[in-house]
Design a protein around this ligand. Structure first.
Ligand SMILES: [Zn+2]
Length: 122
């Protein structure tokens, strides 16, 4: 019945978790530095261009804070997903109970809703 290869996703989750945990630690220790280069691959794209030069350092600080919170939140999501692997509910939509498509899980291994319910949740 369980068609999902959880071992593969556990590996994905653990790798991503390690990467994000490093980032959180780094952001926490180095507040104030210029971190965009190191963290460019973690932050979502499209953060520049439209703000111009006036935002300056305050914007950088906010961005770092946002990255840290976002990364920490994702680490929490990953921990929850790992717990679901352990209790055998991984890959099952929390709302409708159907299996979440594997391509979605590959994109977001910690997803807890199927794509339909995610859309409905906004
Ligand atoms: Zn669903």
């Amino acid at each position: 019945m369980n068609a999902i290869e959880t071992g593969e996703f556990r590996k994905l989750l653990e790798e991503e978790r390690a990467r994000l945990a490093n980032a959180v630690e780094f952001l926490h220790d180095e507040s104030g530095g210029s971190l965009e280069d190191e963290l460019g691959e973690i932050g979502s794209g499209g953060t520049d261009n439209h703000l111009g030069d006036t935002a300056g350092a305050a914007y950088d600080r906010e961005l770092d804070q946002g990255l840290e919170e976002g990364a920490q939140q994702t680490v929490d999501e990953i921990d929850a997903a790992l717990a679901r692997i352990d209790d055998g509910t991984y890959g099952t939509c929390r709302v409708c109970g159907k299996q979440i498509r594997e391509d979605r899980l590959h994109a977001i291994p910690w997803a807890r809703l199927c794509i339909d319910d995610q859309r409905r949740a906004g």
